[in-house]
Design a protein. Structure first.
Length: 94
């Protein structure tokens, strides 16, 4: 079964190797985030925000593709991982 997705230009079916696993996870994450954004729009939500560890460049890039922006940095947010800081990323819905 062929399942193409705009954030995942290659097929999202079974492949071999780590790259394909990452691609499938990214594809599933894209679909879940799109669903959350569409649900927020239907429910008249003003914005969506979440925390991202400042060193997680892959996640930050992922969210930026969906229109999220870094709006704040919180120092020492995490207690058991390094770096301890996080960004608040936000997407305005309205």
């Amino acid at each position: 079964m062929r399942n193409l997705h705009p954030q995942c230009p290659e097929q999202c079916d079974t492949h071999c190797g780590n790259n394909s696993i990452n691609r499938k996870i990214n594809c599933a994450g894209s679909k879940l985030l799109e669903f959350a954004i569409e649900t927020a729009k239907k429910r008249d939500v003003d914005d969506i925000y979440l925390h991202v560890q400042t060193s997680n460049e892959e996640a930050i890039s992922f969210y930026k593709k969906f229109g999220f922006e870094i709006v704040e940095t919180i120092k020492d947010y995490y207690k058991r991982i390094e770096p301890r800081d996080c960004y608040i990323v936000q997407k305005l819905i309205k």
